[in-house]
Write a protein that binds this ligand. Structure first.
Ligand SMILES: [Fe+2]
Length: 454
């Protein structure tokens, strides 16, 4: 019985953001680290560029959520494609020089009255140009478009651009909730329980699966402030990072732990092994990741961590060949999370390790990743109708804390012009029941949930 509870708790926490709420407070009560050590100060992270809000009006939820029922149901979309790793034999110094030549990300494209009058036709007419800019800049901020103030218009936009939807890389975990399943639109992390949680930079990627592109849309900005969407160019971060650190991380590689399960240290070894075996066999496969269950990698007695396989922190872009910082450490490193607004229960806390020794990244290395990343963050003032198109192998994204209610949504896309990269896997619809069950449990989370990790 106890094992089942633990396994279920673990089942609720693995996400690409590396966190998620456990369904109850159960996960919190078992997880305090030593209370003798004072927790570090928490400070809101910075951003290199913070554009002003313009306060453009949006539609009411009834209006923006309406789907065009005359269009076909897209819920049988593609699986998220497998990650395209191309990270061997990279000359770090050369890579930094090459990456430094890239233009500032994101490119801003503003709708004129004439553009808006064209509706979806604007995107059909400018498809080639916009897709080319996306590859060149890593992200394109479409500002002031009336079309995308609704799900219906968002779908018309991505269809006009020839983008082909796929599942979230962690769809099978059941943690990703659709905003409009028939339009292939997921809800972003808008839950009131997580509005006080800063989501650091990450690509929508696991070692195993990575979406090719994304379109993030604002339907309603946060009613009481905050909630800026964050984007940063992986090329700019690569160019910015201290070369010695970059070389070290490239040589040693990294591994990411996506969940902590704290067992009582007094639990007999045979029972610990039993839990490990159970989680490994029954829970981990649901996450469609290559995970290894490891005891006490971060030094905490009795802690079982689910750790992804080793990966390089630099990867060449599949289309352009440009080497970029393709890595989720800014979001996942524990030492950074512990120093900023964080609403993750201990069971969902992530960590980043040097792959060769499985030691957590040092504070000094984390601080350099933070500095280089945040210097290149644009903290977008997204208004209703704004869309951020992201090349997910190039630019990283995140979200600042917010107050009040906010409604942003996202669609993921696979390779639309390369069948062999896309693969032939379609959505496995049986997974629905698990998704819905877990999501409905998550809705029970208290508002303004705060974790008690130290
Ligand atoms: Fe994300």
């Amino acid at each position: 019985m106890k094992f089942a509870t633990l396994a279920l708790t673990a089942a609720l926490v693995l996400t690409a953001e590396g966190f998620s709420p456990a369904a109850t407070n159960h996960g919190r009560s078992t997880t305090r680290l030593s209370s003798a050590v004072a927790p570090p100060q928490r400070e809101a992270p910075g951003a290199g560029y913070v554009p002003e809000w313009e306060d453009r009006p949006g539609l009411s939820p009834e209006e923006f959520m309406a789907s065009d029922m005359s269009k076909p149901d897209r819920s049988g979309m593609w699986e998220c494609p497998l990650t395209r790793w191309d990270s061997d034999d990279i000359d770090v110094v050369k890579a930094q020089k090459e990456a430094a030549k890239m233009p500032k990300c994101p490119l801003e494209m503003r709708a004129s009255a004439a553009d808006n009058a064209k509706g979806a036709q604007y995107f059909a007419d400018n498809k080639e140009k916009i897709r080319k800019e996306l590859l060149k800049y890593g992200a394109v901020w479409l500002r002031g478009f009336d079309l995308m103030k609704s799900f219906k218009g968002h779908r018309e936009m991505y269809e006009a651009l020839g983008l082909d939807p796929c599942l979230d890389p962690l769809h099978s975990s059941g943690l990703r909730k659709f905003a409009s399943e028939r339009d292939a639109i997921y809800e972003e992390v808008n839950k009131p329980s997580l509005r006080g949680h800063y989501i650091g930079l990450h690509c929508e990627s696991t070692t195993k699966r990575t979406a090719a592109y994304a379109a993030f849309v604002c339907l309603q900005k946060a009613t009481e402030g905050g909630g800026r969407f964050l984007v940063a160019d992986g090329a700019a971060i690569l160019a910015e990072l201290d070369t010695k650190l970059l070389q070290k991380l490239y040589d040693r590689k990294i591994r990411i732990s996506v969940s902590n399960l704290d067992l009582p240290p007094s639990l007999p070894g045979i029972l610990k092994e039993g839990v490990k075996g159970l989680v490994d066999a029954a829970v981990a496969p649901k996450f469609d990741m290559d995970l290894e269950m490891v005891f006490e990698a971060d030094g905490k007695e009795g802690r079982l961590q689910a750790i992804e396989t080793a990966e390089a922190p630099i990867n060449r872009h599949p289309v352009t060949g440009l080497p970029v910082w393709f890595n989720n450490a800014h979001n996942h490193a524990r030492k950074l999370r512990d120093r900023r607004p964080c609403g993750v229960p201990e069971v969902g806390m992530t960590e980043v390790f040097y792959a060769d020794t499985l030691e957590p990244l040092s504070l000094e290395d984390c601080q350099e990743i933070k500095r280089a990343s945040e210097k290149h963050i644009t903290a977008l003032a997204m208004e209703p109708g704004d869309v951020l198109l992201v090349d997910n192998y190039r630019a990283l994204h995140g979200r600042d804390v917010f107050q009040g209610d906010r409604f942003h949504a996202v669609s993921w896309f696979t390779w639309d012009d390369k069948e062999e990269w896309r693969g032939n896997e379609r959505r496995i619809v049986e997974k629905n029941a698990l998704n819905q069950a877990i999501n409905s449990m998550m809705d029970w989370l208290p508002k303004d949930f705060e974790s008690n990790q130290s």
